[in-house]
Design a binder for this molecule. Structure first.
Ligand SMILES: NC(=O)c1ccc[n+]([C@@H]2O[C@H](COP(=O)([O-])OP(=O)(O)OC[C@H]3O[C@@H](n4cnc5c(N)ncnc54)[C@H](OP(=O)(O)O)[C@@H]3O)[C@@H](O)[C@H]2O)c1
Length: 304
C-alpha cells in the first residue's frame, strides 16, 4: 500500500462553526441488530463487540460519529452513550431526525413539528447530551432517494429548536439541490448527507456546488450499504495497490473532493481497522482512470 502523511484524511471544519473533524469518521447504523427481515432493529447479537467498535474508533482518532435515534430504534444511541460517555471534548456526534420505525421494521415519515421536537429530545436523552452538535433533517418524501417537496415547515421547527439551544447546527439528508438552496434561506446548512459512492455518482454536481460553499458532503452507503460494492475494476485496482476493494472505494471518496467526510459503517473491529487504514492509501492516475470507467459503466447500465 502506498502511504501518505494524512491523519485519517486530514481535517474539515463545518462552515461558520467551531466544529472540526477528521475526514475519516464512523457511521453507527450497523451497530443495531437484525430481527428476521427487520434491519437495523433491536440489540446487536454481541453488545460487547459493538462497544469495542465504538471505543476503538475513538481511540484511533475518529472524532465524527453519525447516528440516529431511529436506529434500533434508540439502541444505537444508547450503545454510543454506554461506550463513550462522558464524551471526549473533540467528538462531534451527528444525528438525524424525521423518521420513525413501524412495528414491521419499516421506515416511516415523522416530519411534523411535534414528532421532530420529540425526536430531538429522544436523541438528547439517549445520547446523554444537553445539546446536539449537528442534526440532519432527513427528507422522507421518498425513503430510497431524494424527492422534491418543501422542507420549510420541518426546517423551521429545527431552526426554532436551535434558537432554544437544543441544537448547535443543522444539516440535510436525502435531499435535492433545490432543497439545499431553499433550506439555506431558513437556517445555515453545515452538511448534506446523501447516497453516493464510487459507482453511484448522481450527486456529482451537488458535491461541486457544496464544495464552493464550504459545506460538507457526507455520503451514506460509501461501501454500497446493504448491497456491498462489487466490481472487477475495484478488485483490479485493489490488487494492484495491495489494498482491499473497500479501502479503494473509501480512498476514492477522500480523493474526490476535500469537502467529503466519510462515515463508513461496520459492526466489526477488523473492518473498522481496514476502513481507517484507507486514509493512508494514495490512488495513482492509472487507478483513477479504471475507477472512472466503473462509474460510467454503472451509469450506462442504470439507464437500461
Ligand atoms: N441519511 C440516511 O438516510 C442514511 C442512510 C443509510 C446510512 N446512513 C449512515 O451512513 C453510514 C454508512 O452507511 P451504511 O453503514 O449503511 O453502509 P456502508 O458504510 O456503505 O456499508 C456498510 C456495510 O459494509 C460492511 N463493511 C464495512 N466495512 C467493510 C470492510 N472493510 N469489508 C467488508 N465489508 C465491510 C458492513 O458489514 P460489517 O458490519 O460486517 O462490517 C456493512 O454491511 C451508516 O452507518 C449511517 O450512519 C445514513
Amino acid at each position: 500500500m502506498q502511504m501518505s502523511t494524512s491523519n485519517l484524511g486530514g481535517q474539515f471544519t463545518f462552515p461558520a462553526t467551531s466544529l472540526t473533524v477528521r475526514r475519516m469518521g464512523y457511521g453507527a447504523m450497523q451497530l443495531a441488530g437484525r430481527d428476521g427481515n427487520k434491519l437495523v432493529w433491536g440489540p446487536p447479537r454481541d453488545i460487547d463487540a459493538a462497544i469495542s467498535v465504538l471505543r476503538e474508533a475513538v481511540a484511533s482518532g475518529v472524532n465524527h460519529i453519525d447516528t440516529s435515534d431511529f436506529y434500533g430504534p434508540h439502541i444505537t444511541n444508547q450503545l454510543i452513550r454506554r461506550a463513550l460517555h462522558p464524551y471526549p471534548e473533540n467528538l462531534v456526534i451527528v444525528t438525524k431526525v424525521s423518521a420513525r420505525r413501524g412495528e414491521d421494521g419499516s421506515w416511516l415519515p415523522a416530519m411534523s413539528p411535534k414528532e421532530l421536537t420529540q425526536a430531538v429530545h429522544d436523541n438528547l436523552r439517549n445520547l446523554g447530551l444537553d445539546v446536539l452538535d449537528v442534526v440532519n433533517l432527513r427528507s422522507m418524501f421518498a425513503v430510497h432517494g431524494p424527492a422534491e417537496g418543501s422542507l420549510e415547515e420541518p426546517l423551521t421547527t429545527l431552526a426554532g429548536l436551535r434558537e432554544k439551544g437544543l441544537i448547535r447546527h443543522i444539516g440535510l439528508s436525502n435531499v435535492t439541490r433545490k432543497q439545499v438552496e431553499d433550506g439555506g434561506k431558513i437556517a445555515p446548512i453545515v452538511c448534506v448527507q446523501n447516497a453516493y459512492n464510487v459507482a453511484n455518482r448522481a450527486d456529482d454536481p451537488l458535491i461541486d456546488e457544496l464544495e464552493k460553499q464550504g459545506i460538507a458532503y457526507v455520503p451514506f452507503f460509501p461501501l454500497g450499504g446493504f448491497n456491498l460494492l462489487q466490481s472487477s475494476g475495484l478488485s483490479e485496482v485493489a490488487e494492484s495497490l495491495k489494498a482491499t476493494p473497500m479501502q479503494v472505494a473509501l480512498a476514492w471518496l477522500l480523493h474526490r473532493s476535500p469537502n467529503i467526510l466519510l462515515i463508513p459503517g461496520t459492526s466489526s473491529v477488523e473492518h473498522l481497522r481496514e476502513n481507517l487504514a484507507a486514509a493512508k492509501l494514495t490512488l495513482p492516475a492509472s487507478a483513477l482512470k479504471v475507477l472512472d470507467q466503473l462509474a460510467s459503466k454503472t451509469d450506462a447500465a442504470a439507464q437500461h
